[in-house]
Design a protein around this ligand. Structure first.
Ligand code: TMP
Length: 262
């Protein structure tokens, strides 16, 4: 497996060369990091859960016509994806105040925002991913005005879809971070959703209890991260409930199994 050429290694994933030109293999690691990797831990089984959660979300987005890099899951930790040119922006969509917007604007966590808000951060660990405006993005050429428009329209569609998906399983979608890339098909360029959507990159609160079912459990030392991710996977219908939650690692059912919303 390690004979494959490693194209890129990030904090939570590795990208390997894929079997065909224009494809890559996205491998989900167990590493949990926060605060630009100042905090780091290995959480046995996290990568497996994120692979499955992100798979089901990307598959459904593909089905509703949101273009994504996702082709298919290959195994417990890996998926086949299309190679894209990553746009160096972290696009955050927020529905409810939490995390950095709560701090920055002095809002109480849990306050409903007047409307969904999109923010851009420049992807650069050395600079701590600073927040940037559309002016910065176009001035420095990270994306063209028409690309920003496309990204914002896709981000809002993804938000609407995810709000509904999670509401249906008793989860409030507080906010999330997504990334986009460019794909060229003959002479035309398309913007597609890339990276992952998982409890690592979303804030997910249980509707009834407000319990956090996301990476804030790790960021804020609340414990129970794996159990929270398992709960999300279970509600999405990708985790076999009849097996013990720990030990040999999560046991997953087939991708066309129960819970598929079609
Ligand atoms: P924030 O409130 O810390 O700015 O985070 C907003 C959302 O983006 C939240 O769902 C967590 C996610 N996020 C990432 O996926 N990666 C990051 O590096 C950061 C800072 C946030």
């Amino acid at each position: 497996m390690n004979r494959r050429r490693r194209v890129y290694e990030g904090k939570a994933k590795v990208l390997y060369e894929g079997p065909e030109p224009g494809t890559l293999i996205q491998h989900f690691k167990d590493d949990a990091t926060a605060f630009n990797a100042k905090k780091h831990e290995l959480i046995d089984g996290k990568g497996v859960l994120n692979n499955r959660i992100s798979e089901v979300i990307f598959q459904r987005l593909n089905e509703i016509g949101v273009p994504t890099h996702f082709i298919k899951r290959i195994n417990m930790r890996e998926q086949l994806i299309r190679e894209v040119e990553i746009i160096p922006l972290e696009v955050v969509v927020r529905n409810i105040a939490a995390g950095s917007i709560a701090t920055r604007l002095g809002l109480e966590e849990g306050t409903m925002l007047p409307r969904s808000v999109i923010e851009f951060y420049y992807k650069d660990d050395k600079l701590n991913d600073p927040m940037v405006s559309e002016e910065h993005i176009t001035a420095f050429g990270w994306a063209a005005p028409a690309e920003i428009e496309e990204i914002m329209s896709l981000a809002l569609r993804i938000n609407d879809f995810l709000i509904g998906l999670f509401l249906g399983i008793g989860i409030r979608l507080v906010d999330f971070k997504i990334e986009f890339g460019r794909i060229w098909e003959n002479d035309t360029m398309r913007i597609v959703l890339a990276d992952e959507i998982s409890p690592d990159s979303c804030r997910l609160w249980d509707i009834e209890s407000n319990e956090k079912l996301d990476k804030d459990r790790f960021r804020r030392d609340l414990g129970g991260l794996l159990e929270a991710y398992q709960e999300v996977a279970k509600r999405l219908g990708v985790l076999n409930e009849s097996r013990p939650p720990k030990g040999a690692g999560p046991v997953l059912v087939a991708s066309n199994g129960a819970g598929k919303a079609k």
